[in-house]
Design a binder for this molecule. Structure first.
Ligand code: RUB
Length: 304
């Protein structure tokens, strides 16, 4: 495998590159690097791109953003000469990355409107899309407080806390199991998404659905911030979202627990009835409009 492609692929697999948006942009960058360096015939280029596609798709299963990024580039990798194909791959990879950053920025602007001055926000894991409205609200002068979960077992919440503290935001880190205890102090929950199914269910970091339940019970608005490439065309044709299960060693050393089994699913599904709105770059929508977004906004159509 091409060195840069492998570096990106292994980075995604080992979670050095993580978060659905970053993974997607990295996949686009991998194609770009491959195309820039390619030297050979048109047929070799096409089969090489196919190999890159299959390799990238094998890295992590849950975030559809990865597959949508891969298909975005592959569908545009047309041409009769190596130069034409190269140009199209590089252009579409750049386009995907640029659109992705632009989408997060717009989500920040739209989402910030929903954050009132003086409010306390809860977030989970580390989502660029979820942090964008929070940071935007703060920069626009709103006095806000944030509670964020540490997010076991990978502790992505540490990144979130540090990012927010660096922005000068009043941030408090709590353990994942303290969410319901603090829910009475929370005005709004904002989380990200790895995949949104056609029925409006949101797949995000494990624990998200428990937070949604606690928010629902306390009548606290629960918002999801997600670019439209987090919507899954595959779910329209009946495919289930695969929930990644990672090694037990990420939780504890199994050798210290003879006779004990471990399970480590790293995502869960929050049903649409617990979601007040999804903040996309196209605006705020009901989760029940997921099918519409997939049909209208996604250029990819249904991938099989
Ligand atoms: C990260 C996670 C994030 C979403 C959205 O999981 O669940 O909430 O990916 O992130 P992991 P973003 O750390 O296992 O990749 O908004 O940055 O795309």
């Amino acid at each position: 495998m091409h060195a840069k492609v492998e570096e990106i692929g292994e980075g995604i697999r080992a979670m050095k590159i993580r978060g659905a948006g970053r993974i997607a942009r990295a996949a686009a960058e991998a194609f770009k690097a491959y195309a820039e360096d390619f030297d050979g015939s048109v047929d070799e280029f096409r089969s090489g791109l196919k190999e890159v596609e299959e390799y990238l798709l094998s890295t992590r299963p849950t975030a559809v953003s990865l597959r949508n990024a891969v298909y975005y580039v592959i569908r545009r990798a047309t041409g009769n000469t190596v130069e034409e194909i190269r140009e199209n791959v590089i252009r579409s990879a750049n386009e995907f990355v640029q659109n992705s950053y632009e989408a997060v920025k717009r989500i920040g602007e739209f989402g910030a409107e929903r954050i009132r001055d003086g409010s306390t926000i809860l977030t989970h894991c580390n989502s660029s899309a979820a942090l964008a409205p929070i940071i935007q609200a703060h920069r626009s002068g709103k006095r806000i407080k944030v509670f964020n979960t540490e997010t076991r077992p990978w502790l992505q919440g540490h990144i979130t806390s540090r990012t927010l503290a660096k922005e000068g935001i009043d941030v408090t880190m709590i353990v994942d199991s303290a969410v319901r205890y603090f829910m009475r102090d929370i005005d709004i929950v904002i989380v990200g998404a790895d995949t949104i199914a056609s029925n409006g269910a949101v797949i995000n970091k494990i624990g998200t659905s428990q937070i949604a339940l606690a928010a629902h019970e306390a009548r606290v608005p629960f918002l999801v911030a997600a670019e439209t490439y987090k919507f899954s065309p595959e779910t329209v044709i009946g495919k289930l979202v695969e929930i990644e299960e990672r090694p037990a060693e990420e939780i504890a050393d199994p050798r210290d627990f003879p006779g004990v089994k471990f399970r480590n699913p790293v995502f869960d599904a929050t049903p649409p009835e617990y979601i007040d709105a999804i903040i996309t770059e196209r605006g705020l929508i009901s989760p029940y409009l997921a099918y519409q977004i997939i049909k209208e906004v996604m250029q990819f159509g249904v991938e099989s």
